[in-house]
Write a new protein. Structure first.
Length: 259
């Protein structure tokens, strides 16, 4: 019995050892953490101090570092409603400094240019809206001029992401694991382990990526269930910065009939 047992035992031990070594050699798949960078919420009213203008400055500085991503664009910002009943009508934005308040004009879509020259090096300046609630957020806005209304440019999204991460990376509402991971990578904008989400004001049916002769649909799993937010392939270098993103929206009459 002993002569038959030992070879079998050694064979089993060798097989187990080989299996363990083979498993150890398999690269562990890194966890994919899908995060949404929190909004910079702007509040106003007697008890509110708004947000620091330094967040805007950090965004502009980030655009300067990554201008190659969107060389034809100018860094701007947009006030976006966060609640269905929040309207841009009658909305005013000021930059409050120690010596005066600076009115900042908004266009019909809530887009504005930061008044850098007027504010100067004033580190105490703050952005305040004339609404006493948390119904609005400020985000970077990067758009190469001359594109049709339903066309975006991937490099613009990449530049916008870098601006937004510079503005919000220290926000405690961002999961700590995501902040640590992004810190190790240098940014949250060019790695598949972190997903950055963008929003549109209208429901989306489908999205197409176009670069030269290459045309591919964005996978449906990258379009969120709310149909107004999606995850462009910022991390995919096979899509260059000049890649055009065609958004196909739900027809307006369809949206109206569904309400």
């Amino acid at each position: 019995m002993r002569k038959h047992f030992l070879p079998s035992a050694w064979a089993l031990l060798s097989l187990l050892t080989f299996s363990e070594l083979a498993a150890a050699k398999q690269p562990a798949k890194p966890p994919v953490e899908e995060i949404e960078v929190p909004d910079v919420i702007v509040t106003a009213g007697e008890q509110s101090e708004g947000i620091s203008y330094q967040a805007i400055v950090r965004g502009i500085e980030a655009f300067s570092r990554y201008k190659r991503l969107a060389p034809g664009a100018t860094p701007k910002f947009v006030v976006q409603p966060r609640q269905p009943n929040a309207s841009l009508k009658g909305l005013n934005l000021i930059v409050a400094t120690a010596s005066r308040d600076i009115d900042v004009p908004l266009d019909k879509n809530g887009v504005f240019a930061a008044p850098q020259n007027e504010v100067g090096e004033n580190s105490e300046a703050r952005i305040i809206l004339n609404r006493p609630d948390e119904a609005y957020a400020i985000k970077p806005f990067v758009r190469t001029p001359g594109l049709p209304p339903n066309i975006r440019r991937l490099g613009d999204f990449r530049a916008q992401c870098e601006m937004r991460w510079a503005m919000e990376r220290d926000n405690e509402s961002v999961p700590l694991s995501a902040r640590l991971l992004a810190g190790a990578l240098g940014s949250a904008c060019h790695n598949s382990m972190i997903k950055i989400i963008f929003r549109e004001p209208r429901p989306i049916v489908e999205i197409w990526l176009m670069s030269g002769q290459r045309r591919e649909a964005l996978p449906q799993e990258r379009i969120r269930a709310d149909r107004v937010s999606f995850i462009p392939p910022l991390e995919d270098d096979s899509w260059p910065n000049d890649t055009l993103i065609e958004l196909k929206f739900v027809a307006t009459d369809t949206v109206s009939n569904s309400k």
